[in-house]
Design a protein around this ligand. Sequence first.
Ligand SMILES: NC(=O)c1ccc[n+]([C@@H]2O[C@H](COP(=O)([O-])OP(=O)(O)OC[C@H]3O[C@@H](n4cnc5c(N)ncnc54)[C@H](O)[C@@H]3O)[C@@H](O)[C@H]2O)c1
Length: 263
Amino acid sequence: MTTAEFGGKTVFISGAGRGFGKRAAELFFSQGANLVLTDFDDTMVEQALAPYENAANQVVALAGDIGNEDTSLRAVKLANDTFGALDIAINNAGIVHDQAKLDALPSSTAEKVIQVDLLGVFYAMKHQIPLMLKRHEQTGNQCNIVNLGSAAGLMGSPLLSAYAAAKHGVIGLTKSAALEYARKGIRINAVCPAFADTAMAHEAFDRSPHGPQEAERRLVAGVPMQRLATIDEVVQAILWVCSPANSFYTGQTLAIDGGLTAF
Ligand SMILES: NC(=O)c1ccc[n+]([C@@H]2O[C@H](COP(=O)([O-])OP(=O)(O)OC[C@H]3O[C@@H](n4cnc5c(N)ncnc54)[C@H](O)[C@@H]3O)[C@@H](O)[C@H]2O)c1
């Protein structure tokens, strides 16, 4: 990757206040991209904006629940009003539920996870694609959508059934949309991490009845590399997918999982 291959591109990232989203924003920005950032509420948006105090002309943000269609509408409008374009969208915001067998998982929890993790990606792409089609028509350049899937979207995940269902759904959306827009200048892919060293994973360990250390030990025991992914290992893959040099790559699920899905 060259150092400025995202120079002048407008990049949307959801869930940019922490974790993969925050780090992806930093790396795209360091390569000259304009940023449109979203997160759940004002506090998380402040966290997302904190590294860019002196770059107000290059970074904008809004707060909103990605499970509400209106948030995606507003985000795309913000990109268009501010930068007149959208080149790259990283649909990253997501939630996981506590581990539970299916019959013990509250239906309200399953509905919430599907709303945010699956419908949130549907709403996002629905509103991003028209602006990207316009961009491609005007410039001939490819646009990119990367959806955050999960290893749980590639295999059965005991005790995480609703999350796994939502992430399998994200892969169905990704592949279907990739086929629909393959000749229209939009590449659409999913990056699928196994457990990574973010607050999401550590909060889940903290809530485990086994205690955080034992929960993490049990979890990584099933990963061939026997450790969590680092944030950068996942985010570098996201940038690689979006690289203009990667121009024949679409409709794919890229597992960053220490070998987990090789079984
Ligand atoms: N960390 C992992 O182990 C792991 C593994 C596989 C997949 N993933 C996926 O990667 C993505 C990012 O995960 P992360 O580990 O960085 O998580 P994280 O919890 O550290 O960060 C997620 C961000 O999304 C935001 N968010 C959550 N719900 C939202 C909503 N309804 N509307 C708007 N913003 C919302 C949060 O406020 C947060 O800033 C998620 O889609 C997650 O499912 C994570």
